[in-house]
Design a protein around this ligand. Structure first.
Ligand code: GUN
Ligand code: ZN
Length: 433
């Protein structure tokens, strides 16, 4: 980024806390000016409060009439599954065997992985997502391909090589030792390379031996600030399978906990069918979970209990979980999240939803001091949204009389068509054609 100060005039929206807990957490500046220098936020101000003499020193990009907010944070997604999004007819375990494993096999080819990684990063940016926690495949070259593509855009991205040494086709299996060695080499190569970070990535308990889970725990001890990502309690058949494979453990979460995999940098996807005490254990370990509504509905997995988990003290991020999830758009993910709440007699306001998609995700990833808001010093990742990108959206927006109503309609109707531009590290990384 250049040393000059960049300025963006737009309606600014960001959160400094969870708006369901803190009435002062929402920051909306109808005519705002976002000042960026060296890839970091200098200030988010009312345009009128910036002295005219200072304004004349600035190059102001005019996004008046548009909504500028921190880049979306997708806390659970599989980059190799991009091409198999919307595959028909199965629930989790059959879906993995029918579609997922044959697709992930193709990523043994580094050239193929590079091509798909470029597409994936572009698709994130088209949707306004600037940070994601990503599963690659079992092949280390798939991780290299993804990190290379993210580094080219200076993205803050977290990813890891899948660990899988049993109950998967032989063409997708590593061994406990090889998985450890390859993960270790990838951590040394990529963790803190620019803005990139590494996540130790056992796919889920059924596809790892106890030895592999123990070595995953060893990696977390050796590299205390790497992440751990996996799946937890997504599907009832999956849970029964875990109990049959690990009869000596108290339950699904206890398998991970026993091997030291539940900590403050752990992110468990789904956590739908938790049993007594498991939410409390997650909270006690400081672990976070990913709410993936489009995936949970698509695979028929179940309904995530957003408010009970938050009330138990568990940090929650929002995830698309592509390719079980059906959209890269975090707005579409919130649209489905609202319906998941409705089915349980609960609500998801636009404020809470947009908080979860930005600062809430950053908090789930322990990155709230770096991304997720426009507080001074934060990294300058942001998205510019159009309120109405279609005739129907424009009609609906024309009827909205309050900010909350405008935001709610945007959350329900919006998608990639609303993304005018996406900025990463202070630089434009996507612009709508
Ligand atoms: N559980 C284990 N692997 C996967 C996966 O790839 N997607 C989802 N949704 N759940 C999983
Ligand atoms: Zn997943």
């Amino acid at each position: 980024a250049s040393a000059a100060t960049q300025a963006y005039r737009a309606s600014l929206l960001y959160f400094t806390a969870d708006p369901t807990r803190d009435a002062n957490a929402t920051h909306y500046l109808e005519d705002g000016l976002l000042l960026i220098r060296d890839g970091h936020v200098v200030a988010a101000s009312d345009y009128a409060s910036v002295p005219a003499a200072q304004r004349r020193q600035l190059t102001i990009t005019d996004y008046r009439g548009k909504l500028l907010l921190p880049g979306f944070v997708d806390t659970h997604i599989h980059f190799p599954q991009t091409e198999m999004i919307a595959s028909y007819g199965e629930q989790l375990l059959e879906w993995l065997n029918s579609y997922t494993f044959p697709t992930e096999r193709k990523f043994a080819d580094a050239g193929y992985a590079r091509q798909r990684a470029g597409f994936f990063i572009d698709e994130l940016l088209r949707n306004g997502t600037t940070t994601a926690l990503v599963f690659a495949t079992v092949h280390p070259q798939s991780v290299d391909a993804l990190f290379e593509a993210a580094a080219a855009k200076q993205m803050r991205l977290i990813a890891g090589k899948v660990l899988m040494d049993r109950n998967a086709p032989d063409y997708l299996r590593d061994t406990a030792q090889r998985g450890y060695d390859e993960s270790r080499a990838l951590i040394r190569k990529w963790h803190h390379h620019g803005r990139l970070l590494y996540a130790v990535t056992p796919r889920f308990a059924p596809t790892s031996t106890p030895q592999q889970l123990a070595l995953a725990g060893k990696l977390l001890q050796e590299f205390p600030d790497v992440y751990l990502q996996t799946h937890l309690s997504e599907n009832k058949n999956e849970i029964a399978w875990v109990k049959s494979l690990f009869p000596e453990r108290k339950g699904y979460l206890d398998v991970y906990d026993h091997y030291g995999l539940a900590g403050p940098r752990s992110l468990f996807a789904h956590a739908i069918h938790l049993e007594d005490g498991e939410a409390q254990t997650l909270a006690a370990r400081g672990a976070a979970v990913a709410f993936c509504p489009t995936s949970n509905l698509f695979l028929g997995s179940g309904l995530f209990r957003l408010h009970p988990l938050k009330q138990a003290g568990v940090r929650v991020g929002l995830g698309t979980d592509v390719g079980a999830g059906t959209s890269f758009s975090m707005l579409q993910t919130l649209n489905e999240g609202y319906k998941v709440q409705q089915l349980q007699g609960e609500k998801l306001s636009a404020r809470e939803g947009l908080y979860q998609a930005t600062l809430g995700g950053a908090e789930a990833l322990q990155l709230a001091d770096r991304i997720g808001s426009f507080q001074p010093g934060r990294e300058a990742d942001f998205v510019v949204l159009e309120w109405g990108a279609t005739p129907l959206q424009q009609l609906r927006q024309s009827q909205a009389r309050t900010l909350d109503d405008r935001l709610f309609a945007l959350m329900m109707q919006g998608d990639d068509r609303n993304v005018v531009a996406t900025y990463v590290n202070g630089e434009q990384a996507y612009r709508r054609p």
